[in-house]
Design a protein around this ligand. Sequence first.
Ligand SMILES: Cc1ncc(COP(=O)(O)O)c(C=O)c1O
Length: 383
Amino acid sequence: MEKIIYRNRKNTNSYKWDKISAKYKDGELIAAWVADMDFATAKCVRESMKKISDFGAFGYAYAGDDYYNNFIKWEKTHFNHEIKREWIRFSTGVVAAINWVVQAFTSEGDAIIIQTPVYHQFAESVTSNNRKLVCNELVNKNGNYSIDMADFESKIVDNNVKLFILCSPHNPVGRVWKKEELSAMMYVCKKYNVLVISDEIHHDFVYGENKHIPTMNITNYNNLIMMTSSTKTFNLAALENSIIIIKDKALRDKYDSKTANIHESSGNIMGYVAAAAAFGYGNEWLEQVKNIIYSNYLYMKKTLTKKYPKLVISPLEGTYLAWADFGAYLKPTQISDFFENKCGIIFNYGESFGKNSKTFVRINLATSKKNIKEICDRISKKL
Ligand SMILES: Cc1ncc(COP(=O)(O)O)c(C=O)c1O
C-alpha cells in the first residue's frame, strides 16, 4: 500500500504555513486554516510530473486525451455521473470561474444567493463585483445544519435572485446534501429560472454512509454549471487546474462567448498531467488520506468534547474541515486572540463565513496526527 507522506511545509512559500508566520518563533506555529493538505500528493502524480520535468521542453501544450478520459471515468465510477467531453471547460480555479460566471451572467445590482455560513469567496465574488448579496442562513441545531427552504424561496422571489452559488458538499459546516435537499433547491431554482453554480470541489471527501450526489444527476434543470477539480482532492492547488462542466449547449455557448476575451481557456502542462494521473491512478492514495482525516476528526472531537462538554463540533459528513463552536467558552472578541496568541494556532474564524458564526472556527484536518494532537494539547492547556 502506498505510504502517505507528511511534509513539514514551513519555509516553502506555503500560503498556509508561511504567510502569517512572522510573529511566531521557529516551530511555534501550527497552521490549520487554508484548505490544502500537509501530505505529499500521490506517487503516480509525482512520477507523472517528474517525467515531464525531466523531458524539459515546455512549449505550448494542451490537455491530453487521458486528462478528459480519466476525469470522465472518475466521475462515472465514483458518482455514477455521465459527463461528455464536450461539456468540459478549463479554469485556473473554481474561484476564478465563479467570478467569471458572476460577471458574464449577471449585471451590477443583480441579486445572488448563497447559504451562510459558507466559503468566504462566495460572498466576495458577489460584493466585489457590485452585485447584491442575499443570504439564506442555514439552520443550526446543536451543530447539525439544514436548509430553511421557505426562506430560500422567499428570498429568491423578494430579491429577484439571478444566481445561486451552491456548496456541495458544504464548506465549512461539513454537510453532504441529501437527494431530497438537492431536489428541493433545484425545484425552486427551476421555478424562478435561477442560474445555479454547483461548487463540488469537496466531492471526493465524503465519509461513512454519506454519498455525494452530483447536482446535475438529480435534476433535469439545465441552467446549471458544475465546478470541481483534482486540486482539492490531491493537494495540487498550486497547479491551478479546475474543471467546469456545462451540459446545456446554449448555456455553454454563452459561457464560451462571454469568457473568450479572458484568454484563459487552457492551463499549464503540469496541471494537466498531474490531474490526469490523479484521476487515473490516485484512488488508493485518496482512500488512505480520507482514513487519516476521519481518524483526526474522531480524535479531535473525542479529546476536546471530553474536556469541554459544551463545545459543539459538527458531524463531518464531508470535506476535510471541522466546524467547531467555542461559544460556551470564548466570547466572539476572544476567539482570534485565544487561538493565535495564546495557543500559537491559526484556524479560519467563523465570522469570515457568515455573520452568525463569530464563536466558530474552521479546523483543517488534513495534516499529521501529531499536529492534531498538538492542537488539542495546546487548547486543553490554555482554555
Ligand atoms: C468550496 C470551495 N470552492 C473553491 C475553493 C477554491 O478553489 P480553487 O483553488 O480552484 O479556486 C475552495 C477552497 O477552499 C472551496 O472550499
